[in-house]
Design a protein around this ligand. Structure first.
Ligand SMILES: Cc1ncc(COP(=O)(O)O)c(C=O)c1O
Length: 413
């Protein structure tokens, strides 16, 4: 893979910008920016409602984007692909339609302690609203989901729904979703996969996975912000009530009644993110051109390199959260340093052109479970290079040195 040629396709990636915050959002290649620009310049109109030429072109562009997503995740039908704003909205859609209409008081929802707040809060809202119960699956010391506990919860409780992230946005660990899906189905529960951190690193095949719902965001896979995807099995989407009400999601409206449109429009009220759908489609085609095998090989070598850098840091011992084996990780590595706040380190590195993330990464329960308030996170994308990591290593040591010095000075003052 020619990293230099890939990097050149990203206008924001200048030589002295080391962007290692890809789990938060990725940069966008020129082809994605061009596709959106081109859409506005040549085909912009509102979709579905118009019969003029531009409206037809825009509707076609939007429908074609859905077909590309369908192919990308291997959904059986294109109307099983619902466009949302992001992963958060996709999960909320399921909680507030499937959850509200099917779940009852004392039904159990299973989550893991690894989850992002987006995959916690909608279910907590349902708990407050309906009186459903939440059972939490723990992790072991390596950050792996405790499958024995999961099996026990499934055996002991009236579990109706499981929602789990495919890859932790802190530990980078890939969850055993295949096994979790199979076990949930044995129990008769539906299962939702939060694929926000999987979509750009691994091929998703919803038919092979046999998941009931799957959610991801375009902006985390080289596509634009403002659009995300909810995949749902047709039979489930059919029986769910609509999420938002308004234009486009209706069949007929009278002064005291409405009927809903067919899938997928039932769940896409109002004018959707049309240019963004075109951008997402282009991002998916761009990823396919490189190929997931190449992407994984490259990112795996970067992770091995990062772990090596962190473990060999001479200024101060680094505590890496979760497994140390790079082959158990996908894209991100989080760590803490004794006596140095992640925000101080990240700020200092940012001044040198290195972008990391610091904080709880929207996973407060996980950080509490790990006994830390905050951590620093590096997350790689396809355009990162070994040379950048070497540069990071140098600046990392210098920053720690500087922070340690200023802390000692402050202590002795
Ligand atoms: C695992 C996971 N789930 C959900 C989300 C929420 O994604 P968005 O903000 O695009 O809705 C994120 C974002 O970081 C994430 O990492």
């Amino acid at each position: 893979m020619d990293i230099n040629s890939i990097r050149r396709q990203f206008p924001l990636l200048q030589p002295n910008l080391i962007y290692l915050d890809n789990a938060a959002t990725t940069q966008k290649p020129q082809v994605v920016l061009d596709a959106m620009d081109q859409f506005y310049k040549t085909s912009n109109a509102n979709i579905n409602r118009g019969v003029h030429k531009l409206a037809e072109a825009a509707t076609l562009a939007y429908d074609d984007a859905r077909k590309v997503v369908q192919k990308f995740i291997n959904a059986q039908k294109s109307h099983e692909v619902i466009f949302t704003r992001n992963t958060t909205e996709s999960i909320n859609l399921v909680a507030k339609t499937y959850g509200r209409s099917i779940l009852k008081k004392d039904d159990v929802i299973v989550l893991t302690i690894l989850e992002h707040h987006s995959n916690i809060v909608p279910w907590l809202q349902l708990k407050d609203e309906l009186g459903v119960r939440i059972e939490w699956v723990d992790i072991n010391n390596d950050g792996m989901i405790d499958l024995d506990q999961y099996k026990k919860i499934l055996a002991d409780h009236p579990v109706k729904l499981v929602s789990v992230s495919a890859v932790s946005n802190v530990l980078g660990i890939r969850s055993p979703i295949e096994t979790m899906i199979e076990l949930a189905h044995t129990k008769g529960a539906v299962i939702m996969i939060d694929a926000a951190q999987m979509a750009l690193h691994e091929r998703m095949d919803v038919q092979k996975l046999d998941c009931d719902f799957l959610a991801f965001s375009s902006h985390k896979m080289y596509g634009p912000t403002g659009i995300g995807v909810l995949y749902g099995k047709e039979n489930l989407l059919e029986k769910m009530p609509p999420f938002l009400g308004g234009g486009d999601m209706i069949g007929e409206v009278t002064t005291n009644h409405f009927t809903t449109a067919e899938l997928p429009r039932k769940f896409e009220a109002g004018t959707p993110a049309i240019a963004e759908a075109v951008g997402l489609r282009t991002a998916m085609e761009w990823i396919e051109q490189i190929g997931f095998d190449e992407i994984q090989k490259h990112e795996q070598s970067l992770l091995t390199h990062i772990l090596d850098i962190l473990q060999r840091a001479t200024v101060k011992p680094v505590t890496i959260l979760g497994a140390l084996n790079p082959f158990q990780k996908v894209s991100c590595i989080s760590f803490t340093l004794d006596g140095i706040h992640p925000h101080d380190l990240t700020q200092l590195l940012s001044q040198e052109g290195v972008m990391l993330r610091a904080g709880h990464h929207c996973t407060q329960p996980l950080h509490k479970r790990l006994g830390v308030l905050a951590s620093s996170r590096l997350s790689v994308g396809v355009y990162n290079s070994a040379e950048e990591l070497d540069q990071f290593a140098k600046l990392f040591e210098e920053s720690i040195h500087q922070l340690d010095g200023s802390h000692s000075a402050a202590r002795s003052a």
